[in-house]
Ligand binder design. Structure first.
Ligand SMILES: Nc1nc2c([nH]c(=O)n2[C@H]2C[C@H](O)[C@@H](COP(=O)(O)OP(=O)(O)OP(=O)(O)O)O2)c(=O)[nH]1
Length: 134
């Protein structure tokens, strides 16, 4: 059976209703594809705690976690990823790219112009259609 990997992703929205998009590094799975910052939930960890921990580790950024967007399951050759996305707001700190190759802030309507990790596509569609009040 394939490895089942539970992952959380933060959809960070700024005051201009732009979304933070992060590019994966070259040397890992899904190289140079775009994703939401976040990562694997550790054993016994709450999803929201995992998301805050990952954002500190990857971007030195503290966040407030908001509404859940969606949970989707995608089978990759290296395993099955269950991705849950949450809206989030940046609370403090300058975003630092400690693990990612690049980042962009994109408007909702332009968010689908990047080469997203396949597991993210359902969330991308929901975010594009969503209102800017979140
Ligand atoms: N953080 C994050 N990971 C995602 C997204 N979409 C998606 O398919 N993934 C995949 C990529 C990774 O295989 C896994 C997340 O684990 P991770 O963030 O700890 O990834 P990693 O590169 O450090 O680890 P690895 O895959 O090299 O083992 O989920 C997303 O939007 N955000």
């Amino acid at each position: 059976m394939k490895k089942y990997i539970r992952v959380v992703g933060a959809v960070i929205v700024n005051e201009r209703d732009e979304i933070l998009c992060a590019q994966r590094p070259e040397g890992k799975s899904l190289p140079l594809m775009w994703e939401f910052p976040g990562g694997k939930i550790e054993a016994g960890e709450a999803p929201c705690t995992a998301l805050k921990r990952e954002l500190m580790e990857e971007m030195d950024c503290s966040i407030e976690v908001g509404d859940r967007i969606t949970t989707t399951v995608h089978e990759y050759d290296f395993g099955t990823v269950e991705l849950t996305t949450y809206y989030a707001k940046q609370l403090a700190g300058e975003i630092q790219l400690l693990e990612h190759a690049d980042m962009k802030w994109l408007s909702r309507k332009n968010i689908d112009t990047l080469d997203w990790a396949p597991a993210d596509i359902p969330a991308i569609e929901l975010i594009r259609m969503d209102s800017p009040t979140k």
